[in-house]
Design a protein. Structure first.
Length: 498
C-alpha cells in the first residue's frame, strides 16, 4: 500500500506527525522517518501526512489514494450493557469493507487526539460503533458526552483487516468491543458459508449482541466467560480451549489486544495452520486519563492550552487596541494607569516578555525533551507572537489613524535614518509581517516561504533587544543572555544527538 515515506525540508517542528504515528516519525529538532516498516501503520502515516500544516511529509503509494476528513452527526445512542455504548452516526457517501475502522478526531482538556473504532454496521449514509465506557479513557469520555445531532470529524475507513471473498469456513475470535468488526463481517458473509464466532468476556454481564449472533444463519456461537456466575449455562474459561476445533482450511479472523492476538496466532502456526489464512486486528488499549491534577503534576500535561492560546489572541486583537485608544482619548498613555504607573511601559513590558517566551520555549523543549509540558507550551508561540507584535503595531497604526500627517511623515528620510530610527522601523515592519502571517491560512498557503518569513522574528527580537536595552539595561541584558545560552545549549545537544 505504501512504498516510501520521506520528509522534505522546511519542517516547522509542530510534532503533529510524531503524535499521530510515533513509530514512524521523530521530531528532533525537525521531523525524521525513523522506521521504514510501514505494514499495519498505513492509516496513521496517511493521517500524519494529512495533518502536516506545511505539507513536508510525502508518502509514495503503490496505488493512488488519499485520506480526507469527513463529518458525521450523532443519530442514535443505545447502551448494550452496563458499559458498552452503541452509537450510530449519520454521514454521506460512506463505504467500507467489513472489518475496517474509522479514526475519530477529537479534543479534550489535555489536547487534540485521535482514536480508532471498528465499524459494527454501516450503510451508505450511516455507520455504527461499539464503545467501551470507562471514566479514565479519553475516547470513551468524548463519545459518552456527545448529544444527538452533535458533529464529529473522522478519517475514512481504512485497513487491511477485512472479510475475504472466499468460500472457506470463517472462524471469528473476539472479546469485548473488539466484537464490532466481527459483527460487520458476519452480516456481510454469504448465508451458505459455515461460520463460527468465539466471543470471550470476563463476566456474564459483559455479554451483548447475544441474540444477534444467534440469528446469523449457518453460524455456531461459542461464548466464553472466564468468571461466570453460579447459574451461567454457557461455556466457561478461555478461548484457547476450543482452538483445536479449527481446521487447516478455515479462515481465522482475530480481533483482540496485541498480546492475545500473538498468542492465538502462535498457537495456530505451531499446529501448521497456514499463515495466509490468519487475519488479525490488534488495537492497543487507549492511554488511561489519570485525572486533572495528577495529569498536570506527574505527566506534565497542561489542559486548556488551545483555549488559552485563543484567549491570548483575542486579547491581543481586541483589548489591546481598545485600551490604547481609550487611554489616548483620556491622555493617559504615559500617566498613572490603575495599579500600573505607566500604561505604555506596561504594554512594552508585555511585548518584551512575550518575545522572550517565544524565543526561549523551543530551545528549552529541545534541551529537555522529557519534560512534555515544555512541548505543550511550544504551541503557544503563535499566540505570544501575535501578542507582542500587536502591541507594536497598535502603537504604530493608531497614531496614523488619528493623525494622517504621521502616516506620510513615516516614510520621510528622518524616520529611517541610521541606527536607532532604522532599528525601530525594522522592528515595526517585522511586527506587521509576523502579525499578518501568524495564522493557519498563511502557514498552509505560503508553504516553505512561511518558514522563511517567520525567520524575520530574529530581526524583530534583535531590534527589540537593542532599543529596549537603552531604556532598561538591567532588565534586558540578563534575559537576553539567558536566551542566548539556552539556544546555544539546545543547538549543541541537537548536533550531538543527530
Amino acid at each position: 500500500m505504501i512504498k516510501e515515506v520521506k520528509v522534505i525540508p522546511w519542517c516547522i517542528s509542530c510534532r503533529n506527525c510524531e503524535t499521530v504515528c510515533p513509530s514512524i516519525f521523530k521530531v528532533n529538532p525537525t521531523s525524521k522517518v525513523i522506521n521504514h516498516n510501514y505494514e499495519w501503520k498505513e492509516s496513521d502515516i496517511l493521517q500524519a501526512e494529512l495533518m502536516c500544516p506545511v505539507n513536508v511529509i510525502k508518502v509514495e503509494k503503490i496505488w493512488d489514494f488519499k485520506l480526507s476528513f469527513k463529518e458525521a452527526i450523532v443519530k442514535e445512542k443505545i447502551m448494550l450493557n452496563d458499559d458498552v455504548l452503541e452509537i450510530t452516526f449519520e454521514t454521506s457517501n460512506f463505504s467500507f469493507k467489513p472489518g475496517q475502522y474509522i479514526s475519530l478526531q477529537a479534543s479534550d482538556l489535555v489536547w487534540k487526539f485521535s482514536r480508532s473504532y471498528s465499524i459494527a454496521n454501516a450503510s451508505k449514509n450511516s455507520f455504527t460503533l461499539n464503545v467501551k465506557l470507562l471514566n479514565k479513557w479519553r475516547g470513551s469520555n468524548y463519545l459518552k458526552k456527545l448529544k444527538l445531532w452533535n458533529k464529529i470529524s473522522f478519517l475514512w475507513a481504512l485497513w487491511n483487516f477485512y472479510l475475504k471473498d472466499t468460500q472457506n469456513k470463517k472462524v471469528f475470535i473476539a472479546t469485548g468491543t473488539w466484537l464490532a468488526p466481527m459483527i460487520a463481517m458476519l452480516e456481510s458473509c454469504p448465508k451458505e458459508i459455515e461460520k463460527v464466532i468465539i466471543f470471550w468476556v470476563r463476566f456474564e454481564k459483559d455479554i451483548y449482541y447475544k441474540e444477534k449472533l444467534e440469528n446469523f444463519p449457518n453460524t455456531k456461537v461459542i461464548i466464553k466467560v472466564s468468571k461466570p456466575d453460579n447459574n451461567y449455562k454457557w461455556e466457561t474459561w478461555r478461548v484457547t480451549d476450543c482452538l483445536n476445533k479449527i481446521w487447516l482450511d478455515d479462515e481465522v479472523y482475530i480481533c483482540w489486544n496485541p498480546e492475545m492476538v500473538d498468542a492465538v496466532k502462535e498457537w495456530l502456526i505451531n499446529r501448521w495452520h497456514p499463515i495466509d489464512l490468519i487475519f488479525n486486528e490488534s488495537f492497543t488499549i487507549s492511554r488511561i486519563y489519570p485525572g486533572l491534577c495528577k495529569n498536570i503534576v506527574f505527566n506534565w500535561n497542561i489542559p486548556w492550552i488551545n483555549f488559552l492560546s485563543w484567549i491570548v489572541i483575542i486579547f491581543s486583537l481586541t483589548i489591546i487596541p481598545f485600551s490604547w485608544f481609550y487611554n489616548k482619548l483620556n491622555d493617559n498613555l504615559y500617566w498613572n494607569y490603575l495599579f500600573i504607573n505607566n500604561f505604555m511601559w506596561f504594554m512594552f513590558d508585555i511585548s518584551w516578555w512575550s518575545v522572550i517566551f517565544v524565543m526561549a520555549i523551543r530551545p528549552l523543549a529541545d534541551l529537555f525533551p522529557k519534560l512534555w509540558f515544555l512541548n505543550k507550551l511550544v504551541s503557544l508561540r503563535k499566540a505570544f507572537w501575535i501578542l507582542s507584535s500587536s502591541i507594536i503595531v497598535v502603537n504604530l497604526i493608531w497614531p496614523m489613524i488619528l493623525d494622517l500627517s504621521k502616516f506620510t511623515s513615516y516614510f520621510s528620510s528622518i524616520k529611517w535614518w541610521i541606527y536607532y530610527p532604522l532599528i525601530s522601523r525594522i522592528s515595526e515592519v517585522t511586527a506587521i509581517i509576523l502579525l499578518i502571517t501568524s495564522n493557519n491560512f498563511s502557514q498552509k498557503n505560503l508553504w516553505i516561504w512561511w518558514k522563511r518569513i517567520q525567520r524575520s522574528s530574529y530581526f524583530y527580537f534583535i531590534c527589540w533587544w537593542i532599543i529596549a536595552a537603552e531604556y532598561s539595561p538591567m532588565k534586558i541584558y540578563p534575559s537576553m543572555i539567558i536566551v542566548i545560552i539556552i539556544w546555544i545549549l539546545a543547538q549543541t545537544r541537537i548536533k550531538l544527538w543527530k
